[in-house]
Design a protein around this ligand. Structure first.
Ligand code: TEU
Length: 568
């Protein structure tokens, strides 16, 4: 069997520093807050933590705009605090990944301040500068690509009379990976500085955007929409393999693990090349097939729940077959800091069904092959904050840019603004950035000060303290499922995934096979009782119920949101 390095069988817990726990009473989470809860994290049954950007940053994009790779954002702590976090994590038998954000820096990074200072500065070519086009005497950007946060990807710079590229905010200028000097500086400053301090690997931000496609004028594929961003043009450019193999040479010196964030990549052969062991590029990637489901040409141009369960089954299948019969590896995730909460998105976040559907989704994820990633609060069944909250509660540039664009485009049309608000309540990244609730006490136990973001209204019932004592909690069920995932690793982590009844729009049944053993996972995605319709060839065999997400298991009926795993 394929070798099993630690990162294949690990469960990774993603931490968003601003929202995890505040230890010094400034209303913002910090590194000491993470250290203080490492035992809690370990108790869930996870093996690795991934800490989102804690580097020095003006925080335009919550730390994904880095102004100094070799320093910590002061409200979070110091480099010494990071060294303590690394040591305390290792002392508990866990490993630690940091976020590697090297497609761009902050516009406050010293490299960019030099690059923009003059056209002859030695670092001018460390970023991507282009002259304007002039059409009918009017100044135009070099091409009409649109960025991930709306608007052109080109920012005019008065001082040197050129545009610079930014696939995200204007405050996030893209680094020029074509320049070998720049690449070497990135490897040294963003990677080796932390690898030398003992980090075990990286989650690699926007890993397929370092080599851009052809910069020539690329027509927007959907002229109807101002927000049809050109992701397909500037992802997976021609030199991606070369850059990642070069980067891998550094990582290999430290035996470091990598998981790349790989959006906008429908071509499975391209994805496989990134994760194939013999290609020596990345160990695994996050594919976006599942979390992008139901989204329009731009994610917010969609309506809630506008996908079917068969669509979801097919999307999960595309992430589960990637490593089958080859030397690749895959990941399983439903949440991260860019996604809204999975119970709200794929389950049912009403008070009546939050716990049941949270357990059902926990069972699904624990039974999927590949390295499993859980996002802070997912283990407790956190859900989106309600539609009633005002726009002032949305702190994310992605959300506010979209709402502003709709207001401008529609002249503040109330119906358009409400539609935008409905989409944001369903999909905004802000739902993942709400402070983690630790207790039912003031500020949900997150801080002794007013938290930078409002805790969700349900923290009295949904908080870590309550769930650690409640044997029927979502947390208790996640712990149980992670133990079973470890106990039956061949089936759950390495087994071959096959959908059993792809067209069933209510129940998701899939099997996991490892040599002559099989597990059958049956998930009722609806709030109604559904018939337990097992395939004939399975019914005839000896089956043992391994686990159900409900206490009273009926012979022929699945309860609302009930999940079951049978061993065959
Ligand atoms: O995300 C890249 C990415 O593709 C998503 O940001 C997506 O474009 C965005 O959520 C719009 O819906 C990474 C980080 O995960 C994200 O938090 C950063 O904002 C982004 O890169 C820039 O670093």
């Amino acid at each position: 069997i394929a070798e099993r390095p630690w990162w294949k069988d690990s469960v990774v817990y993603q931490i968003y520093p601003a929202s995890f726990k505040d230890s010094n009473g400034d209303g913002v989470g910090d590194l000491q807050g993470i250290i203080s809860e490492l035992d809690y994290i370990r108790s869930i049954g996870v093996d690795v933590i991934w800490v989102c950007p804690m580097y020095d940053s003006p925080q335009v994009d919550m730390g994904y705009d880095i102004s100094d790779y070799e320093n910590v954002y002061p409200p979070y702590g110091t480099v010494q605090d990071m060294e303590r976090l690394i040591a305390e994590t290792h002392a508990r038998g866990m490993r630690i990944l940091l976020d590697l954000v090297v497609n761009h820096t902050s516009d406050q990074h010293k490299w960019f301040l030099e690059s923009r200072s003059s056209k002859t500065n030695p670092k001018r070519d460390w970023y991507i500068w282009r002259p304007a086009r002039y059409i009918n005497g009017e100044r135009k950007p070099p091409n009409n690509w649109l960025g991930n946060f709306g608007g052109s990807v080109w920012q005019w710079d008065e001082h040197t009379q050129e545009y610079y590229l930014h696939l995200f905010c204007p405050e996030q200028p893209d680094l020029n990976w074509e320049n070998p000097e720049t690449r070497q500086a990135i490897y040294k400053s963003a990677m080796e500085f932390w690898l030398q301090r003992g980090v075990d690997g990286f989650r690699v931000d926007t890993v397929n955007m370092y080599s851009k496609g052809d910069m020539a004028d690329a027509p927007i594929t959907d002229p109807r929409s101002e927000w049809q961003f050109a992701g397909l043009q500037y992802c997976n450019g021609p030199r991606m393999d070369e850059y990642l193999m070069e980067m891998n040479e550094i990582l290999a010196k430290y035996n470091a693990m990598t998981v790349g964030e790989c959006p906008n990549t429908p071509d499975m052969a391209r994805v496989l090349k990134y994760v194939s062991a013999r290609e020596k590029q990345l160990n695994m990637v996050f594919q976006f097939d599942v979390v992008d489901i139901g989204q329009g040409p731009y994610k917010f141009q969609t309506t809630p729940k506008n996908y079917s369960l068969p669509d979801l089954k097919r999307a999960i299948e595309r992430t589960q077959v990637l490593h089958r019969g080859n030397d690749g590896w895959t990941t399983a995730f439903l949440e991260n800091h860019d996604q809204s909460r999975s119970i709200s998105r794929f389950g049912n976040d009403s008070p009546e069904h939050r716990v049941a559907s949270g357990k059902m989704l926990a069972m699904m994820m624990a039974a999927l092959s590949g390295t499993l990633f859980i996002y802070q609060g997912q283990e407790m069944g956190m859900v989106n904050f309600p539609l009633e909250w005002g726009m002032s509660e949305y702190k994310d540039v992605d959300s506010s840019n979209y709402y502003k664009m709709v207001a401008g485009r529609s002249g503040n049309d109330p119906e358009e603004l409400m539609a935008a608000k409905v989409s944001l309540q369903h999909l905004a990244r802000d739902h993942a950035r709400v402070p983690v609730p630790w207790t039912a006490g003031e500020n949900a136990g997150f801080s002794t000060a007013k938290p930078w973001m409002r805790p969700n209204d349900d923290y009295a019932v949904c908080n870590a303290k309550q769930q650690q004592t409640d044997k029927n909690s979502v947390l208790a069920f996640w712990k149980r499922m992670l133990k079973l995932r470890q106990q039956y690793g061949d089936l759950f982590v390495h087994g071959d995934f096959d959908v059993v009844d792809v067209e069933n729009k209510d129940v998701f049944t899939f099997s996991k096979t490892w040599q002559n053993r099989k597990a059958l996972v049956v998930l009722n995605f609806t709030e109604k009782e559904r018939e337990l319709a097992l395939p004939a060839e399975v019914r005839s065999q000896k089956m043992q119920l391994l686990v159900s997400s409900v206490d009273h298991v009926k012979q022929t009926q699945l309860s609302a949101y009930e999940g079951r795993v049978y061993l065959i």
